[in-house]
Design a protein around this ligand. Structure first.
Ligand SMILES: NC(=O)c1ccc[n+]([C@@H]2O[C@H](COP(=O)([O-])OP(=O)(O)OC[C@H]3O[C@@H](n4cnc5c(N)ncnc54)[C@H](OP(=O)(O)O)[C@@H]3O)[C@@H](O)[C@H]2O)c1
Length: 239
């Protein structure tokens, strides 16, 4: 789908992949970007008057509804906000497991429910969900996070089906390790958020429903598509 001339919302736009997405969207000719952040004063100066800060904590329905009322209409929603607890499902506390679910799964659904009517007003558009390669099979050390992303993967598929007749495309993005604060404890080779953002936009323009935006996820997507059990075993062997 076309990006040029579109009005978009990016959640979690103050750093990491979200901030890189804002910069890449500006380069790709969007008309307007609502840059969502829990604390708008944490947003960098993007140096472009097409960017409007908007306060959204995805765990707070009141924030989400206030933002939707203020914004009025968008073409593309980027559900990017996310957190990652560094723990496996057998050692994580209930609070840690719940926090990952609240932001990554329920948060994305809350924002989608509030903003889909604004996309419908435009006659169609897109929802882009930042899932993770870890949503397809669980790396042990982050398996609580993986469960929240597996739930999000399922919700992404369900959202796609639900919105098909409304001319709203739904993209799932499945990054591997990207060099942001979220992944700082993962001792792996990482792609830059700028590369990830550019490839996410290329994937949307090409109309690819499942986007693997970095070399690691691109490689692992081959394993996932040919042998899902193989991806489980690959992560299990990482320890
Ligand atoms: N980095 C990776 O290796 C990787 C791999 C696969 C998928 N992803 C996914 O990509 C997305 C972006 O991650 P990232 O790597 O850019 O992480 P990051 O640098 O840690 O940034 C996370 C962003 O999410 C925001 N956020 C967290 N909780 C929020 C909430 N309750 N409401 C609104 N915003 C909230 C943060 O805002 P604050 O500054 O206010 O905390 C920040 O803007 C996430 O969904 C993540 O799961 C990342």
């Amino acid at each position: 789908m076309d990006i040029q001339g579109k009005t978009v919302l990016v959640t979690g736009a103050n750093r990491g992949i979200g901030a890189a997405l804002v910069r890449a969207l500006l380069k790709n000719g969007v008309k307007k970007i609502y840059a969502g952040a829990r604390n708008p004063s944490s947003l960098p100066d993007f140096g472009d008057d097409r960017v409007t800060p908007v306060q959204i904590d995805v765990t707070q329905p009141a924030d989400i509804n206030a933002a939707a009322n203020k914004i009025g209409a968008i073409d593309i929603l980027f559900n990017n906000a996310g957190i990652m607890t560094f723990a496996n499902v057998l050692s994580a506390s209930s609070a840690e497991l719940a926090a990952d679910m609240d932001v990554n799964y329920y948060g994305t659904i809350r924002v989608t429910q509030a903003f889909v009517p604004l996309i419908e007003k435009q006659g169609g558009g897109a929802v882009v969900n930042l899932v993770s390669i870890a949503g397809l099979a669980p790396p042990t050390v982050i398996s609580g996070y993986s469960a929240s992303k597996a739930a999000l993967f399922s919700a992404t598929q369900a959202t796609r089906t639900a919105l098909k007749s409304k001319n709203i495309a739904v993209f799932g993005v499945f990054p591997g390790p990207i060099d942001t604060d979220l992944a700082k404890n993962l001792p792996l080779d990482k792609a830059s958020p700028e590369i990830a953002a550019e490839n996410i936009i290329k994937g949307i323009i090409a109309g690819r429903e499942d986007i693997y935006p970095d070399p690691t996820s691109d490689q692992l997507s081959g394993l996932w598509n040919s042998n899902p059990k193989g991806l489980e075993q690959f992560f299990a062997n990482m320890g």
